[in-house]
Design a protein around this ligand. Structure first.
Ligand code: TYM
Length: 333
């Protein structure tokens, strides 16, 4: 397929801590599937500028940025087929965010739930956190992306990116495609193993809330065994009454490819112990190849891939950005 006929895919991940099963099932697995499909031209980015909107330690941050890229490579992102780079190395992201910011009513930002959730958790209010969705829209629109593979928690941000593309096109010129989210049917929102009413997350202080992609089989067994469930020992899918069991059913369905009904029928009786063992083994089998590839990747190689990615991304971003500058009246003299 010619480059022009391909659909452009863009997605990003924050280097904000351990990469976990939630992000993998909700998003990264789709990243790899799209890369492996010839109909798509794919761009993946470690969004370090976004991760600076909450308190962080600079020395640790540098390590996490590299580590995040390394895990993406271990998952199967292939730099020969995907453009992989670090957001801060491509200054056009910040430039486009400024331009889009001038089109963003503050009332729209006030309705975004993410910064409110963060403020409730004690994160200090700052302008970067408030305008986070504008930078995210810039990431997506900078390459004229058509499709954005994400977990369900990014839906509101994607709606805002779509809205900004339309606002821009109506006000200036038809520069941006209106991007579509790609959200999986199962495991779109993987929940915490400690509190199955909130999502699995790398910012949760309790490491038992999540399965990290590099957890050993023993650690995975322990975490699944201690996952919070309920006292009625019937395995059935019911997110209101049985959020813990429903979460484990989604995880097992997503890792084995079997339907939730099929799994619920097989494990309905026999107790939670037997079901949890099967869930743990399904996760271990899914993550084994990632753990193995992680051990074979060295930091210098990852750094080299990121340098090359940044160079290519800057060239592509600049080409598209010139159309934006021309449209808004910031053309060259
Ligand atoms: P981030 O870094 O929190 O997560 C990366 C991806 O993983 C998905 N995800 C989950 N999916 C299911 N269940 C979970 N518990 C879970 N936790 C995380 C997220 O939905 C996401 O797809 N704002 C974005 C980063 C971003 C971005 C972008 C994404 C910045 N610019 C442009 C797409 C396009 C974020 O914080 O993802």
């Amino acid at each position: 397929m010619t480059e022009q006929a391909k659909k452009t895919v863009f997605s990003g991940v924050q280097p904000s801590g351990a990469m976990h099963l939630g992000g993998y099932l909700g998003a990264f697995r789709n990243w790899v599937a799209l890369q492996d499909d010839d109909a798509y031209d794919v761009i993946y980015c470690v969004v370090d500028l976004h991760a600076m909107t909450v308190p962080y330690d600079p020395a640790e941050f540098h390590r996490l940025r590299l580590e995040t890229a390394k895990v993406l490579l271990a998952i199967g992102i292939d730099p020969d087929r995907s453009l992989l780079y670090m957001q801060s190395q491509v200054p056009q992201h910040a430039e486009l965010a400024w331009i889009l910011g001038t089109l963003t009513p503050t009332g729209v930002l006030n309705r975004m739930t993410q910064h409110k959730d963060k403020l409730e958790k004690g994160v200090p209010a700052n302008l970067g956190l408030y305008s986070y969705p504008v930078l995210m829209a810039a990431d997506i629109l900078l390459y004229g992306a058509d499709l954005v593979p994400v977990g369900e928690d990014q839906k509101q941000h994607l709606e805002m990116a779509r809205d900004l593309a339309e606002r821009f096109n109506n006000r200036f010129a038809e520069v941006f495609p209106v991007p579509e989210p790609l959200i999986p049917k199962t495991a779109a929102r993987v929940m915490s193993l400690v509190d199955p009413t909130s999502k699995m997350s790398s910012s949760d202080a309790n490491p038992k809330n999540r399965i990290n992609l590099d957890d050993s089989p023993d650690v995975i067994r322990k975490k699944v065994k201690s996952a919070v469930t309920d006292s009625d020992p019937t395995v059935r899918y019911d997110t209101a009454e049985k959020p813990g069991i429903s979460n484990l059913l989604e995880i097992m369905s997503s890792t084995t490819g079997r339907s939730i009904d099929d799994l619920a029928a097989e494990y309905a009786t026999g107790g939670y112990g037997r079901f949890k063992e099967a869930v743990a083994e399904a996760i271990i089998a899914e993550l084994a190849p990632i753990r193995a590839s992680l051990q074979n990747l060295d930091d210098a190689e990852v750094a080299r891939i990121l340098q090359k990615g940044a160079l290519d991304a800057r060239t592509r971003a600049e080409r598209h950005q010139q159309k934006v500058r021309d449209a808004v009246g910031l053309g060259r003299f």
